[in-house]
Design a protein around this ligand. Structure first.
Ligand SMILES: Nc1ncnc2c1ncn2[C@@H]1O[C@H](COP(=O)(O)OP(=O)(O)OP(=O)(O)O)[C@@H](O)[C@H]1O
Ligand SMILES: [Mn+2]
Length: 511
């Protein structure tokens, strides 16, 4: 009797153990699936939560700077919930990063002379190297274009876009002050729209707009007014995309001298004649008339493509961003790279860079980050994303034909410019952890900071010609100037931590 009972007990234990093993495996599988987030974005939990506070990285530069910065400032997140527009936007936002100064005292301007001398020194060194012929980076290195590589010349009646695409070079998308950018933008603004369909891939709705002569643009529609901030309970990957963020990001990238973002312009559309009447069948099926008699559509995608999140004319007009189309894959294959500082896209798991103090040291040893310009390009990307507040940089792309020592494309900035009163320091993690920045980028930042024109002034000027101007809500422009200073402070900390031979700035390898 006892033996039988104990046998049952054993069986029960075995069954219980077996069941928990199955349950555990199941949980692991679900966990793993969620971590595939980016490749399979539909699997990503909409309520996922990612913390970036790094408990183990007690000595990491990232954590150190974050702690120091937060101690000095009285948090820049205090106004996040407010969407009130005040005429004092500039001074209100400026005060958020400047510590506990007496409000009557004029703030003292820090020129960052230490960093200025660092840039000057780096310049002198590279000049000396090129004079003595010991320069590692070949200054006179060729900068072939896609046209050169494929041996294609623009046809006689080639559009601006075709010329632009063939002129994309190993170092950049377009040259400084290249008039072709205006040509491409003008075409997207004025050419008649012939055909519209939804672009597949990605999580939110995007349309491919076709103009005559094979000219194409990638369209993202406006959803909210400029003052709408990222909803407090939305993560970076559930945040709505903003058409104006795409426009502003193009201008910021150009002002930084990167030229790695395709030209983007705003355009006001007539939803009836310029979308509905030229839409393909699949898109057409998602059109409807709202109770206010406005024409609406929602398309098909994994996030916000339903009746409750439809895009509607007002009453017939619709704002959107038009990004010049990249060359087709057949023309120029692009290589997609997983970003080493990609967020976990998982509610419980942290990314390795969030917990590993030596993360950058590891990345530095892995190709293509172990040589050439790639790691410096990632530092630029981090600076750029921090400025625009973009946390959604999971992958990046390069043109295959140029090999590894080519620029990284800056694509997809629809989730930038969402929180003007918050500075997301974790976006700067690559720069803070590697203690590295390209000389020319540091120089640009110092110029923005010391003036006479600040980044916000230059950006306001640059975006003035856009038909949808003003593109940004004023607090976002103030945030840019505040963030420039934060980056400079961060670099200063790095330099202090790495005195002597460990120079914190990287040689510029672009001629
Ligand atoms: N200007 C462009 N021309 C052609 N293709 C583009 C352009 N910009 C982006 N793409 C392609 O379209 C894809 C999706 O674009 P984008 O990343 O902007 O959309 P998304 O919905 O935000 O995507 P995800 O959800 O994956 O972040 C990109 O992976 C890129 O390859
Ligand atoms: Mn995206």
């Amino acid at each position: 009797m006892f033996g039988l009972r104990s046998l049952r007990m054993k069986e029960r234990l075995a069954i219980g153990f077996g069941a928990s093993l199955v349950l555990f495996t199941l949980l692991l599988v679900i966990d793993l699936q969620m971590d595939l987030g980016v490749a399979n974005r539909h699997l990503m939990p909409s309520h996922a939560r990612v913390r970036y506070v790094n408990d183990e990285d007690k000595n990491g530069v990232f954590r150190d700077f974050k702690r120091k910065f937060l101690q000095k400032s009285n948090s820049s997140g205090s106004k996040e919930a407010s969407t009130t527009i005040t005429s004092h936007g500039r001074s209100a936002a400026d005060s958020s990063g400047s510590g506990q100064r007496n409000p009557t005292e004029p703030p003292e301007h820090d020129n960052f002379d230490d960093l200025m001398s660092l840039v000057a020194e780096s310049r002198r060194n590279s000049e000396a190297r090129s004079n003595t012929g010991t320069d590692q980076s070949n200054e006179s290195e060729e900068n072939p274009t896609l046209g050169d590589m494929m041996d294609i010349r623009p046809s006689k009646n080639a559009s601006y876009l075709e010329r632009f695409q063939l002129g994309i070079s190993k170092h950049e998308l377009y040259r400084e002050s290249d008039p072709i950018v205006d040509g491409v933008v003008n075409d997207m603004l004025h050419l008649p729209i012939q055909h519209v369909f939804q672009k597949d891939g990605g999580t939110q709705i995007k349309l491919v707009i076709e103009f005559p002569n094979d000219v194409k643009a990638l369209f993202k529609p406006m959803r909210f007014p400029r003052e709408q901030q990222t909803l407090p309970n939305h993560f970076y990957f559930t945040d709505f995309e903003r058409h104006n963020a795409e426009i502003a990001a193009f201008h910021v990238d150009r002002l930084l001298g990167f030229r790695r973002t395709m030209p983007v312009t705003g355009r006001l559309l007539n939803i009836t004649t310029e979308i509905y009447q030229v839409a393909d069948d699949d898109l057409l099926k998602t059109f409807f008339v709202s109770p206010s008699s406005n024409l609406c559509f929602h398309g098909k995608c994994s996030y916000y493509c339903d009746t409750a999140h439809a895009i509607c004319g007002n009453p017939d007009t619709l704002e959107g961003s038009f990004a010049a189309f990249l060359p087709s894959y057949e023309q120029a294959h692009r290589k997609v790279w997983r970003h080493p500082w990609r967020r976990s896209y998982h509610k419980r798991r942290k990314a390795q860079w969030e917990t590993d103090a030596d993360y950058c040291a590891m990345i530095r040893d892995i190709p293509p980050y172990d040589e050439g310009r790639r790691l410096l390009d990632l530092m630029d990307m981090s600076v750029f994303d921090f400025l625009i507040g973009n946390m959604d940089r999971h992958h990046y792309e390069t043109f295959k034909v140029f090999g590894n020592d080519t620029f990284t494309l800056h694509l997809d900035h629809g989730r930038g410019f969402g929180r003007p009163y918050h500075d997301e320091l974790s976006i700067l993690a690559p720069v803070l952890q590697c203690c590295l920045i390209r000389t020319t980028t540091l120089q640009s930042l110092l110029k923005f900071h010391n003036g006479p024109k600040h980044l916000s002034d230059l950006l306001r000027e640059s975006m003035q010609s856009d038909p949808l101007n003003p593109i940004l809500w004023e607090p976002h422009l103030n945030a840019l100037d505040r963030r420039v200073k934060i980056i400079l402070q961060a670099i200063r900390e790095c330099v202090k931590k790495n005195p002597g031979d460990e120079v914190a700035i990287g040689e510029d390898d672009i001629s």
